[in-house]
Design a protein around this ligand. Structure first.
Ligand SMILES: Cc1cc2nc3c(=O)[nH]c(=O)nc-3n(C[C@H](O)[C@H](O)[C@H](O)COP(=O)(O)O)c2cc1C
Length: 442
């Protein structure tokens, strides 16, 4: 057993829907759920229990509140190929998965662009109470024109403006969470004092975009609001993460470029006067596990061949807010200069430094949204995760399955014990809250 090496953090990526990063998942022969399972709580409750058995930091639900017509100006490909469509609201599920677990963190995405901060502060403080301090909010600013249109906005705000609003949004939420002191509730039955009025105050926030009078009508929650996650990749997104986030979710297939991203983010965290260890970077990973190397490679081929290229194009067009049907399939993506195409640059480069073509990028997008596939026996997958982790510097991985729930069970039952044997993953939770798990080092 290797001793003294930094341990991983592990989170399980989920969506309240039939497809995750793999758009083939819903029709993969090993996705052996009844057709309506993905709409029912039992599937997610089962997964959360499996992940808690594996001592993972959290189960995490992504969320997109639109059906994309970005590809060819039509909803047809998104609906036909289930390109992260449909997506039911994940927030109610947090309460349902936390009810059948006791330690694992429960996280979900919630956009700052189409809600008011008071509602978000109240919602997330409530979830933090209901989960006993296990809540995590992935703060996103949204990315597609259809989201703006669904919420009554003619145009998607430019990225910079969305982030300026997000800063203020979180600021209001934090002030609302702080509007109740920790010891405000006294519950003095004898003297008929529920809360000490001197320990609850208005916030009187007047900002550029938002105002709120406060106080919140939710008492201070176990983590004083949820743990915060961020997933933006632009410098503005990284700055938002650096200022507030307890964890960052990043997609970066190459260890070399991941290391650059990791160092950059940690520097930004330090520049905000925060401890860089208090913002854990989790890199997306899609494990494909077999009893032998040959079986794993066969599983990879089988899975990847189930991805329709037009589905990959539609999914990528939606994520980029750009109609890729206007480009030739053999376009070299690293040469493209359109501003919308720059956000995914990190997945355009092959290992040898050459550019992928549009068709290659779209295919990979449908397979894994650019997450690297770690293929092999449990020992070999653990080797590959360790090698990536050691080259990049840490802090862990967001694991995404190719079929469900079997691939999650395999990872927990076969790879997690291997990582524990190598001293690279915890053998017990030492804390009780989401933030405790993200900061646990032993
Ligand atoms: C790994 C990753 C996961 C994301 N997950 C979501 C999500 O679940 N829902 C969403 O609306 N946006 C999601 N986003 C979008 C970002 O939060 C952000 O709004 C978008 O990337 C635009 O900001 P950027 O230019 O800083 O990347 C994700 C982005 C990345 C990189």
């Amino acid at each position: 057993m290797k001793k003294g090496k930094k341990k991983f953090h592990l989170a399980q990526f989920l969506v309240h829907g039939p497809t995750y990063h793999s758009i083939a998942m819903w029709r993969h022969p090993r996705t052996d759920w009844p057709d309506d399972s993905w709409r029912r709580p039992e599937l997610y409750q089962h997964i959360a229990k499996v992940c808690e058995r594996g001592l993972l930091d959290m189960v995490f639900f992504a969320d997109l509140n639109f059906i994309s017509d970005s590809f060819k100006g039509s909803l047809d490909p998104a609906l036909r190929y289930a390109t992260q469509v449909p997506e039911h609201d994940p927030i109610p599920l947090l309460a349902m998965v936390s009810a059948v677990t006791s330690r694992i963190g429960v996280g979900a995405t919630f956009s700052t662009s189409y809600h008011l901060p008071f509602y978000a502060a109240r919602l997330w403080a409530t979830i933090d109470h209901l989960t006993g301090g296990r809540a995590a909010w992935n703060v996103v600013t949204s990315l597609n024109q259809n989201q703006a249109a669904n919420h009554g906005q003619a145009e998607l705000d430019p990225s910079e403006l969305r982030y300026e609003k997000a800063h203020e949004f979180i600021e209001v939420c934090q002030q609302l969470w702080n509007s109740w002191d920790e010891d405000a509730v006294v519950m003095d039955r004898q003297n008929a004092i529920f809360a000490d009025p001197s320990k609850v105050r208005r916030i009187e926030y007047e900002g550029r975009f938002y105002s709120s009078r406060g106080p919140l009508n939710v008492v201070r929650s176990p983590q004083n609001g949820p743990a915060l996650i961020q997933a933006g990749t632009s410098p503005k997104g990284m700055d938002l993460a650096a200022k507030y986030a307890d964890a960052v979710f990043a997609i970066n297939p190459l260890a070399e470029t991941s290391a650059v991203y990791y160092a950059d983010l940690k520097e930004r965290v330090a520049a905000h006067g925060r401890n860089p260890d208090h913002c854990a970077v989790l890199f997306g990973a899609q494990p494909i596990i077999g009893r032998s190397e040959a079986e794993a490679l066969e599983k990879q081929d089988e899975h990847n061949s189930l991805v329709p290229i037009e589905g990959g194009m539609a999914l990528l067009s939606g994520h980029l807010n750009f109609d890729l049907s206007n480009l030739p399939p053999d376009a070299k993506m690293m040469d493209r200069t359109e501003p919308e195409l720059q956000r995914s640059r990190r997945v355009y480069r092959k290992d040898d430094g050459e550019s992928r073509t549009l068709e290659e990028v779209a295919q990979r997008h449908g397979e894994s949204v650019g997450l690297p596939q770690f293929v092999g026996t449990p020992e070999s997958v653990a080797d590959q995760l360790e090698a990536f982790f050691d080259e990049v510097g840490g802090d862990g991985f967001m694991i995404s399955p190719i079929y469900c729930p079997g691939a999650i069970e395999e990872f927990v039952d076969l790879v997690v014990p291997e990582l524990q044997r190598r001293g690279r993953f915890r053998t017990a939770y030492t804390g009780t809250t989401q933030r405790d798990h993200l900061r646990q080092t032993d």
